[in-house]
Design a protein around this ligand. Sequence first.
Ligand SMILES: *[C@@H]1O[C@H](CO)[C@@H](O)[C@H](O)[C@H]1NC(C)=O
Ligand SMILES: *[C@@H]1O[C@H](CO)[C@@H](O)[C@H](O)[C@H]1NC(C)=O
Ligand SMILES: *[C@@H]1O[C@H](CO)[C@@H](O)[C@H](O)[C@H]1NC(C)=O
Ligand SMILES: *[C@@H]1O[C@H](CO)[C@@H](O)[C@H](O)[C@H]1NC(C)=O
Ligand SMILES: *[C@@H]1O[C@H](CO)[C@@H](O)[C@H](O)[C@H]1NC(C)=O
Length: 368
Amino acid sequence: MAYWLMILLGKLLTSFLLVSNFLQQHFANGEPQVPCLFIFGDSLSDNGNNNDRATLAKANYQPYGIDFPKGTTGRFTNGRNLPDFIAEKLGFPHDSIPSYANAAVGSVKKILKGVNYASGGSGILTESVKTMSDLITMDEQLINHQKTVSRIINKLGNKNATRLLNKCIYSVAIGTNDYINNYFLPKTFYPTSRTYTPSQFAQILFQKLSQQLRTLHKREARKVVVFGLGLLGCIPYEVRINGANISGCVDKFNEAVILFNSRLKSLVSYLNNNLTKATFIFINSTGISLDSNIPVSNAACCQVSELVSAPQCIPLPFGKVCSNRTQYAFWDELHPSETAFSAIAARAYRALLPTDSYPFDIQRLAQL
Ligand SMILES: *[C@@H]1O[C@H](CO)[C@@H](O)[C@H](O)[C@H]1NC(C)=O
Ligand SMILES: *[C@@H]1O[C@H](CO)[C@@H](O)[C@H](O)[C@H]1NC(C)=O
Ligand SMILES: *[C@@H]1O[C@H](CO)[C@@H](O)[C@H](O)[C@H]1NC(C)=O
Ligand SMILES: *[C@@H]1O[C@H](CO)[C@@H](O)[C@H](O)[C@H]1NC(C)=O
Ligand SMILES: *[C@@H]1O[C@H](CO)[C@@H](O)[C@H](O)[C@H]1NC(C)=O
């Protein structure tokens, strides 16, 4: 066979393999593994809900989104965030779960595959957002979800709507701001750390969250993923303003988080026993991130202001951005990079260690 022909065939074969690989990744079985994905939470999940709100908790300016195909969207990171990766693992097309801000207007068709209600800066407790003004608290996110559910019922009828809602996955990643914007703030801002021990405060959060998860269950949620908190004492901003212990982190903050996470895991176990026909799973974000080997985990990739109150990126072109973003676990001084989100989502979806998720991972939850 002529040499050029072999090369041509080789090229054709390569493109065929690339195309079939692409098709396999994007259209495996033609459909995502679950019909819909609803997302609740804070800046780890927000995909633009705060853009038009009167708040400082916004990321709708460059360099946010520098690695996201559409550019700046309001996501608090350089590229895709936590639920973006979860959605992709579940087989949803890229960026196909609309923000509530977008989905609340327009056709019902937009909401049948899920909605993202998450709002940067929000927390489990409504009082945790006082310093950040016009945010959508977890309670309000649940009210917004009720509106979505009503629209779905109007469209499909009660029975079919229930059948659909039972099959969806619900992602809940909330609680970080109850610590960093509330309990960990100096006592002059918030009295909580003077009033409550870490254990008492975790108990307050845990009671409120338990109520919120039950509300979700009343709205027919049967497959719920609850993300544990990351090691908030290792966030570069917390280290900068509080000073580090030998560990390189603020130990007392991490201790509070570990306590909260172990309670959260018990809550998941309790709800599984208490609410019939529903499955809640806990994701051990702390364990997973400790185990990931991203080279730089103690500094932000983008340049932030030295002001105590400004942990976010300085807008382009005034601020700089690190050259190799995959080497950084933190994008700004508060928020994980796309690389860090990808690492957590990968093991939330398919656990590597038995401690990564409880009682099992998202892949198995999807199959139920
Ligand atoms: C409910 O779903 C069934 C089966 O898919 C379909 O035949 C029926 O028309 C649906 N009902 C409504 C009110 O859409
Ligand atoms: C961490 O540092 C703080 C402040 O320097 C200190 O009070 C605390 O005892 C240290 N904690 C541990 C566990 O070493
Ligand atoms: C579920 O929890 C409720 C409220 O805490 C309690 O009244 C009920 O007895 C529990 N049911 C089961 C089966 O544990
Ligand atoms: C999370 O994972 C770490 C490391 O695998 C483990 O030590 C820890 O107990 C886990 N935490 C929970 C709440 O399961
Ligand atoms: C960026 O960092 C990653 C991870 O350390 C490394 O694999 C890659 O080669 C680096 N890329 C460049 C252009 O230096």
